[in-house]
Design a protein around this ligand. Sequence first.
Ligand code: CTP
Length: 409
Amino acid sequence: MSDPRGWIDKMDGQKTVILGVTGCIAAYRAADIAGALKKNGIAVHVVMTKNAQKFITPRTLEAISQNPVTCDLFERDKPWEVGHVSLAKAADAVLIAPCTANILGKIAHGIADDMLTTTVMATKAPIIIAPAMNTRMYENPIVQQNIEKLESMGCRFVGPVSGRLACGDVGLGHIADTDDIAKAVLSVLDVKKDLAGLKILVTAGPTCEPIDPVRYIANRSSGKMGYAIAQAALERGGEVILVSGPVHIPPPRGARMVSVETAEQMRDAVLGEYENADIVIMAAAVADFMPESADGSKIKKADTGLEIKLKKTPDILIELGKRKKNQILIGFAAETDNLEEYAKQKLIDKNLDMVAANDVSLPGAGFGCDTNIVTCFLKNGEKIALDLAPKIKIAHSILDQAARLRGNV
Ligand code: CTP
């Protein structure tokens, strides 16, 4: 039984969810959501913002969660504990439901000025957000950018859905159904921690090969696939090193980032981490060619055409294959035709344990997409097709194979 005076007491093996409640009409739904989580055997600790208390009382949520509700950053029930840190540490997941545009913006920009936002900032647990706001606010590009940013950092969003809003408008902005919110929390809690104690080295994004100080050769890689793999590995308890070329997405929370520009820099960074890595996944779209010599000053527009002599970049994966000891080594194969033939050839040529091959010409699988279609070719001859799915799902399926190869099921 949980101790009604304690911050974080719970039964052995019981999962703890911090339920953040923010100030909007939908705050009353927090009672229902807390009840649904309790019914699933989850220890619920509610943290309310000041404005949330104008819509629902802490007492109601205390009765339903059967735990003290925290509203004030400086509450001193247990003066020797720093409340937001102990809650943040105890959380297996943090759910913010409902989440206003204001709190969304604060979290996306690292503002921590109350109990809920400091708890969110201090936690390493997965974060699930159920937004609720007026359609006009929801459609505001700033809100959309904040959602995109948080999503790419690994936060999960449930809803909003369309419905009749408090102001009488009908549109997108209504908080999701309690069942859908509970399901999202349960699926996050369900993620196995099979990579705990393992070092996962992931590369992502393009490399940029300078022609002169202002121009470079690169490719269309967005980094989304590699970042999703890093995110999934973190969710499964892995220690993640993410070696990334230049991209426009924020890094997943908890990954150790190594930022590089060129193939040679990526090679050095990867080799520096390789020895101690347990699983290595080369999702980067490493440029195959670099200018033979980069000009030190800007090349001026000449009347005659410009010729750039190119040479091959180092093939990082081939080098990793040659130096392989106990690492599970996984490469990607981005193809536009003969997928199976080329992928299998890369598996052999680069001494890999698995190739994740994708036909980048298919809709939903090209560079920059949020989804992918992948076929995994394993060195034992197995072929596993992963149908069109969000990149985070594909990432988990690739890691399922990596864990299996490591005999870690
Ligand atoms: N790769 C690498 N170093 C390079 C080029 C590619 O480590 N210089 C890695 C990629 O990260 C990927 C795999 O090799 O995991 C296959 O990359 P891909 O571009 O599909 O194939 P290439 O080996 O470059 O061959 P090709 O472009 O001829 O298909």
